[in-house]
Design a protein around this ligand. Structure first.
Ligand SMILES: Cc1cc2nc3c(=O)[nH]c(=O)nc-3n(C[C@H](O)[C@H](O)[C@H](O)COP(=O)(O)OP(=O)(O)OC[C@H]3O[C@@H](n4cnc5c(N)ncnc54)[C@H](O)[C@@H]3O)c2cc1C
Length: 801
């Protein structure tokens, strides 16, 4: 349960009483959270990334942030957990904000401001110390003013000196994109909801005896590091693989799990989560989890790379970009499927790549491909390493040298053809990197898979990915127009033509090829103007059948929402269980709504939560919402407003961390998804649920399965199942049994083996049932002729016979 920062309330001299006044905190809450935050969040696209666990932060502290825009203070206040921002007092220039009475009054009311001397006058000296001594946390911008260029300037030592004198920690915060959104001299953000990211780092304490200069340096370095994670214009001092022993600037996920080091799923602020999981799979989440093994305890196979070939690789990409250390090779061995995570956590590393290389441009990729094929090596292109189909692992019995070709340095947006709405982008660009670069010029690609933060353009193309807004923007197969692929014979160049009649589509052969046809170096993608309005509304349906029918009717209608998603009753219950504790009006409102629904005859256990997204001009969005409202009503549903949708939108990229949380506690939780025509969806759903339940019975476990529909098309939609159970001593065997039952159910009920997670090795057993043996033979012919010596990511999609 979260606690409020507790300013010391005893012996408050009158002058400081306003800072800790509970009465004044109420209007401040109303203005900050109910007016300012919704306004700033609607005018910009704010992404809050909390890199650290702030739950243990208590008492006074300083927030130190870079400063380039008047948006910065509302952004920080709106991004910090309410517990920490409630009494946060923002430093404001005494010579500007405290000279005029109305300005002083207004900023004090809204931002709890305290005066900061900038002019050398010491009229307010000691105020900040006294506030800290009273437990009031402070927000300080150590640059001393807003940067005119948007670049982070030198930090003044005042904040560090204050932290040392009062022995309080500093929370570093990097605000990225606010300068572009509303630079100095402007009083309103630019049009088009520019993207802004607020990155909150781990609290930093002054070291014993540390000078203010040294502490300032540490704080500045941390804020720059957080900023550089977002903005490659800043000096790049990016974190590397969790152990940090690679020599490149490319970021990687944790070797043992999803996402960034230090970020984890938290259940304690979600009061319904523990009882829900207990009931669903019999797991007590409050019991301590097991820790991940020490990396040094893993037995990592030796690299088979010899010195001569290493020198050849170094001559192509430079010595810093050829890695053979154990951490680099382990990070590049697997993707992030549950099979992958179970194996890497248990040290089951039969075969790792022998070397990881990081090319910097297409010419280097081409030379690497030539060298690798000439030496009969295996080349496995690596994007973000986020796939969940076993698309990366080298075959355990592979005798040849295996090269993991990491595309992470090739991450630029090369060109935007504004007239055609096309952008040329290098294949190694991660989602946030490419969207940020496009966003700076008012464009978006509109591709947002749940793995967005850690997957790349090349990976999306190579796995036929689909993002949450595919209803409007299309799957990656629709978005990619042109593509360049490095192959032994030279570069395949498919130009960005809107549509062409040039025989079987080579572009389509590359899409979904999982590295088997060569290395995608860049692609030319559809891009769109950032919409004026973007909204995701929440809806309730009385049951799953009604939700499905409404989604089908919306797909058929004139409305073209960006997202159509409806969860079945178990998934809706799960969503409710992961809500944070609500109090006061919010909690009373939710309870009242449930009472009304019950009175109207709704079975509350059958409620299905839905999200529908809208984008475009304000009038277009209004029109679409009206159309959808009518359809929803016809199926017994109604809108529950913007808040659930906003929450879903903000938190969707954090959900993947839950799988590690469960694994730490002996439970396997994973996903399987398919697509089928509308006419088959209901049966497919029932059949899959029944098959999973039978599989749980077979292995004698209490299992859970839930589902949502997303990605609607003219002829059908994707059904996305999430399943979980407490595993025993043979987790892989048990997992394979359940997963296989679900996959087979898809095929038997008329669905495909995967809508957007690719084939890899994990889904390969169902390929022939999906596309027919003759279809597999055709594909095999393509692979055999394109790659006769099986140098390119062999054994994926079609296993060795
Ligand atoms: C929690 C979670 C959520 C996910 N959500 C989604 C989702 O919403 N939608 C979705 O579509 N997927 C999703 N995925 C799956 C995964 O993110 C996608 O498969 C993604 O497209 C993989 O991209 P990547 O850059 O990580 O590729 P990697 O995992 O590095 O590689 C995947 C395959 O592509 C090949 N490849 C990578 N780059 C290139 C290149 N430049 N040239 C040739 N081949 C290349 C690799 O060799 C490999 O075969 C999710 C995964 C997880 C773990």
């Amino acid at each position: 349960m979260s606690m409020k920062v507790a300013p010391r309330l005893k012996s408050r001299p009158k002058r400081y009483r306003r800072f800790t006044s509970r009465t004044l905190a109420i209007p401040r809450f109303v203005v900050q959270r109910m007016m300012l935050k919704p306004l700033v969040w609607s005018l910009t696209r704010v992404d809050v990334r909390t890199e650290a666990d702030l739950r243990r932060l208590r008492g006074a502290f300083l927030v130190v942030a870079n400063h380039a825009s008047h948006l910065d203070t509302p952004l920080v206040l709106g991004s910090l957990p309410r517990r920490l921002s409630r009494y946060l007092a923002a430093g404001a220039a005494a010579d500007y904000f405290f000279e005029v009475r109305w300005r002083k009054w207004l900023t004090s009311l809204v931002f709890n401001t305290f005066p900061v001397d900038r002019t050398g006058a010491r009229a307010h000296s000691g105020v900040s110390k006294r506030l800290l001594a009273r437990g009031v946390p402070l927000l300080i911008f150590p640059e001393g003013g807003r940067s005119a260029s948007g670049r982070i300037g030198a930090f003044k030592p005042g904040a560090a000196a204050l932290a040392i004198a009062c022995d309080v920690p500093c929370v570093p915060v990097a605000i990225c994109g606010a300068h572009e959104a509303m630079p100095r001299g402007q009083w309103w953000p630019v049009r088009g909801r520019p993207p802004v990211t607020v990155r909150i780092g781990a609290p930093i304490w002054p070291r014993p005896g540390e000078s203010a200069t040294a502490f300032t340096e540490r704080l500045a370095t941390e804020v720059r590091r957080l900023h550089a994670m977002n903005d490659s214009d800043e000096p790049a001092d990016r974190p590397r693989s969790s152990k940090g022993d690679g020599m490149t600037e490319v970021r990687h996920m944790k070797w043992w799990g999803w996402g960034n080091e230090g970020v984890a799923f938290e259940y304690r602020d979600k009061p319904d989560f523990a009882p829900f999981v207990q009931q669903a799979i019999g797991l007590d989440v409050t019991a301590p989890g097991v820790s991940v093994p020490e990396f040094d305890s893993l037995e990592v196979p030796e690299s088979r790379l010899d010195d001569e070939f290493r020198t050849e690789l170094e001559q192509i990409v430079g010595a810093d970009h050829v890695q053979v250390d154990a951490m680099s090779r382990v990070v590049h061995t697997f993707g992030k499927s549950i099979r992958d995570l179970l194996r890497v956590r248990s040290g089951s590393l039969e075969r790792t790549p022998d070397v990881v290389v990081y090319p910097g441009d297409e010419d280097q990729v081409q030379r690497l491909v030539h060298a690798a094929v000439a030496a009969d090596c295996v080349v496995i292109p690596f994007g973000g390493g986020s796939n969940i189909a076993g698309s990366l692992e080298p075959a355990p019995d592979e005798e040849r040298v295996v090269i993991s070709l990491d595309m992470g340095r090739m991450n630029r947006v090369l060109e935007i053809d504004e007239e055609s709405g096309l952008a040329r982008i290098e294949a190694g660009a991660l989602g946030p990197d490419l969207e940020r670069e496009l966003g700076k010029r008012g464009w978006t690609m509109g591709h947002f898979p749940d793995s967005f933060t850690h997957s790349t353009l090349g990976g999306w193309i190579a796995t036929r990915s689909s993002g949450m807004q595919s209803d409007k923007y299309g799957d990656i197969a629709d978005i990619v127009r042109g593509v360049r692929v490095a192959r032994p014979g030279g570069v395949v160049e498919i130009r960005a033509i809107p549509s062409a009649s040039t025989g079987p589509s080579v572009r389509e052969m590359i899409v979904g090829s999982e590295g088997r046809l060569g290395v995608i170096t860049e692609a030319t993608m559809h891009v769109h103007r950032v919409p004026e309005v973007r909204e995701i509304l929440g809806y309730f349906f009385p049951n799953w059948k009604a939700g499905l029918a409404a989604m089908r009717e919306i797909a058929e209608s004139d409305a073209s929402p960006t997202v159509t998603r409806v969860s079945d009753a178990p998934e809706s219950a799960f969503s409710f269980a992961t809500r944070k504790e609500s109090k006061g009006i919010e909690a009373a409102g939710a309870n009242a709504l449930m009472r009304v629904l019950k009175a109207r005859g709704w079975d509350l256990d059958q409620i299905c939560l839905s999200f529908i997204g809208y984008e475009g001009s304000a009038s277009h969005v209004r029109y679409e919402k009206k159309l959808v409202r009518k359809i929803v009503r016809r199926h017994g549903g109604f809108s529950v407003g913007k808040s659930p949708g906003r929450l879903y939108d903000q938190k969707k990229f954090d959900t993947p961390y839950i799988r590690d949380f469960l694994l730490d506690r002996g439970a396997a939780g994973d996903v399987s998804e398919t697509a089928a025509p509308w006419s088959k969806l209901e049966h497919l759903y029932e059949h899959t649920i029944a098959s999973a339940r039978k599989a749980y019975d077979d292995i004698g476990v209490q299992g859970w399965i839930m589902c949502h529909l997303s990605h609607s098309y003219h002829a059908g939609a994707c059904l996305y199942f999430t399943f979980a159970f407490m595993h025993g001593d043979e987790p892989l065997k048990q997992y394979d049994h359940v997963k296989s039952a679900i996959q087979q159910a898809f095929i038997d009920a008329g669905g495909t083996l995967s809508h957007h997670h690719a084939v890899g090795v994990e889904h390969a057993p169902w390929l022939s049932q999906d596309i027919s043996p003759e279809g597999v033979a055709l594909m095999q012919g393509l692979f055999d002729s394109a790659d006769p010596k099986r140098n390119f990511n062999p054994d994926k999609i079609i296993p060795r016979s």
